[in-house]
Structure formats: C-alpha cells, structure tokens
Design a protein around this ligand. Structure first.
Ligand code: ZN
Length: 292
C-alpha cells in the first residue's frame, strides 16, 4: 500500500466495445443488437477481480446494457458496488437538446433503479460531453434527482474537455457536485492521469506516480476510470477504422488486466458516493463554471 491515507475512486463505464463514441461513425446504433456482446463476461471478470481484493467501485452503466443484462446489474449491486448512470444509449450530451437530455437521463435513472433496486445518484456523460456549451445539463441532472456528476474533463482534447474547469470536486449552483476524473497539473497544463487510453499507453510506473502526486501534493482522492472492453483482448476487431482510432482503442489491451491488478494493490479504492458525497470540499468553487 503506497498511499494509505486516502481512498481513491475506482469507476467503470459499463458499455460494450461497439458503443464507444470513436466508433460511432463506423457502427450505427441500428447495428448494436446484431453485434456480439462481450460486456457481461468482461464485467463479471472485473467483479471477480474486485471481490478478490475486497475493493468496492462505482459502475456508470448504460441503460441499454442494463435492459439486456439485468442480472449483471444485480450482481454489481450485490457485490456492494455503487450503481450509477451513463445515460441510455451513449449519446453525447452535446448532441442532444435540453428536452432530449432530460428524457435520456431520467429514463436511464429509472431503468437502473428499477433493475438494481437502489437509488442512482451519480451520472457520467458519455465521452465527458458536458462543457462550456451545455452547462444547463447540470440543472437537468439536479432536477432529475442526481446528486453528483463526473462529466467534465479538465483537459484539452480533440473530442472533449474543458481545460479551465476545476480539477477537483466542486459544487455547481444547481446543487450538483461535479467530480472530475483526475488530472495532474504540470506548468500551466492539466495532464490526464486517471485511466482510459492514457493508462494503457503510458508506463505503469508513471501512472502510479501521477496518482501518488495527486494524493500527496494536492491532498485529494484520485478518480480513475476504465471500460470493460479494455480488459478484453478477444473482442472482435472493428474493420476499416482510421489509424488514430485504432491505436487509441487497442493499444496495450493485452496488458490491461494485469496492470489493473497492480493498480488495485498499490492504492486504496472505493465508491464515488462513499468518497465524495457528504464530505466537506477542500477546494471550494473557484471558477466561472462553479459560480455561474
Ligand atoms: Zn462511455
């Protein structure tokens, strides 16, 4: 145990390999039902890894998956994990009107709560798609009974990001707590240091160092995220995709499971709600986002 003082948040975005946003232009939604689904075996593998180490986590789950694999949702809940929402069908919030977003998040919450039998308090927008252009989304999340979100990525990236937003949990005027996935401040830039393709791409020792820095230097819990398909070297290859998308999706997938195992052993991990809800904020609202 390298950093016993702080518990970091382990989060899993429960979606299948053909649902990732980078594949959206290659695989239309109408084809989803005819694809080989791998999510159940992959989530079961994750649940086993967590049970072995007695780690609890937060599962941001698509309603599309929950409706097709209700028993999987119950196994997540029965394992002592937090069930949270990733929306219905992985549509970016930036692609939806306010009315469509309202419909998406309220339906997803209802579906997950009906199947899981527990309140759903957390929401993560697909592809971190809340930012400067759609901050109204937080009012919608508050109105639909969510208590926190993990939807703004404070980095510069070609698909998402709001580089000037706070790096740590802050409360919005709507009453929602936004808990961004973790970045490391280097000079005037925030570097992604909390999962996704970056965790597979970078040497493990560097990822570990970045989380240690956030724990020790910032005195904050890190928020780490990954996807079930990232531990699945046997997933069907999507043909005809561009080189950048191919690299980002497949890089180091065969190493991911053992790397995750090491990560789980090197830090203390827990659920988002346990770590962030009902705890005083160490970083008060400081930005235009928080103060609006
Ligand atoms: Zn997602």
């Amino acid at each position: 145990m390298l950093a016993p003082a702080l518990t970091n948040a382990l989060t899993i975005d429960v979606e299948d390999y053909f649902q990732v946003s980078a594949f959206a232009r290659y695989i239309p939604r109408s084809e989803w039902d005819s694809r080989e689904c791998r999510v159940e075996r992959n989530v079961d593998r994750i649940l086993a890894m967590l049970a072995e180490r007695n780690v609890k986590a937060t599962f941001f789950t698509l309603a599309w998956i929950a409706e097709r694999y209700p028993q999987l949702v119950r196994r997540i809940v029965d394992g002592g994990h937090e069930l949270a929402s990733h929306g219905c069908e992985h549509q970016r919030a930036t692609d939806l009107t306010q009315a469509e977003f309202l419909n998406d998040v309220s339906r997803a919450k209802q579906v997950l709560e009906d199947i899981g039998g527990v309140p759903v308090l957390g929401y993560r927008a697909p592809s971190f798609s809340i930012g400067t252009g759609n901050l109204w989304a937080f009012d919608v999340l508050a109105r639909t009974g969510h208590r926190y979100s993990s939807s703004i990525y404070p980095i510069a990236h070609d698909h998402y990001g709001m580089p000037d937003s706070p790096r740590f949990a802050y409360r919005l005027s709507a009453g929602i707590l936004e808990v961004p996935v973790t970045t490391l401040r280097v000079g005037s830039r925030n570097l992604p240091s909390s999962g996704g393709g970056y965790f597979r791409l970078l040497p493990y020792a560097l990822s570990r160092w970045m989380i240690q820095r956030v724990n020790r230097q910032d005195g904050e819990s890190a928020v780490f995220y990954f996807h079930p398909w990232e531990i699945d070297p046997g997933q069907p290859r999507v043909p005809g995709i561009d080189a950048k998308t191919r690299f980002r999706h497949y890089v180091n997938i065969p190493r991911m499971e053992s790397r995750l195992g090491t990560l789980l052993g090197d830090f203390r991990w827990g659920r988002m709600d346990d770590i962030f809800l009902d705890r005083p904020l160490t970083h008060p609202a400081t930005s235009a986002v928080a103060g609006r």
